[in-house]
Design a protein around this ligand. Structure first.
Ligand code: DQA
Length: 152
């Protein structure tokens, strides 16, 4: 049986974790996040690919190219969550079930962060759990959509 395949997508400024507004995003660095993604994939026995881009079009292309190649995705589109119909349309076109993740609790912040172009098409949303939210999202996605997973 082939392994479950998960895609993790990170949007703009996620590569600045660790130095960026640590009171909001925590002290964990981007390298810590990458290590967490790898460790989680290993623990789950999944194949995992990760893409991070600061450019909307690159995210759109990466999501388009994911069509048919993954069982599910974990997506932190960062600021594009609140602005990008293009990222939303790419996720719809890819037909990939996805978990929307935010490191910070967007509901405790500015009002504009409460609008997401993704939440209503996401399977679930995890926010405010810090970078651990990615682990939670990957575990959920693998359980729900992985090889041998049963709906529930
Ligand atoms: C974020 C929340 C967004 O509002 C913000 O623009 C980000 C990161 C988060 O992970 O908490 O860049 O998606």
């Amino acid at each position: 049986m082939r392994k479950t395949r998960l895609l993790v997508v990170n949007g703009p400024n996620i590569n600045m974790l660790g130095t960026r507004e640590p009171a909001l995003y925590g002290g964990g660095t981007y390298q810590d996040l990458l290590a967490l993604l790898e460790a989680t994939a290993r623990a789950l026995g999944c194949d995992m690919e990760h893409v991070q881009s600061n450019a909307e079009g690159e995210l759109v292309t990466a999501i388009q190219e994911a069509r048919g190649r993954f069982d599910a995705a974990v997506v932190n589109a960062a600021a594009y969550t609140h602005t990008s119909i293009a990222v939303r349309d790419a996720l719809l076109a890819s037909e990939l079930p996805f978990v929307e993740v935010h490191v910070s609790n967007v509901y405790k912040r500015e009002a504009f962060r409460r609008r997401s172009y993704l939440s209503d098409i996401a399977v679930c949303v995890i926010c405010g759990a810090g970078i651990d939210g990615y682990r939670m999202g990957m575990e959920f996605a693998a359980r729900r959509f992985g090889r041998g997973a049963s709906e529930g």
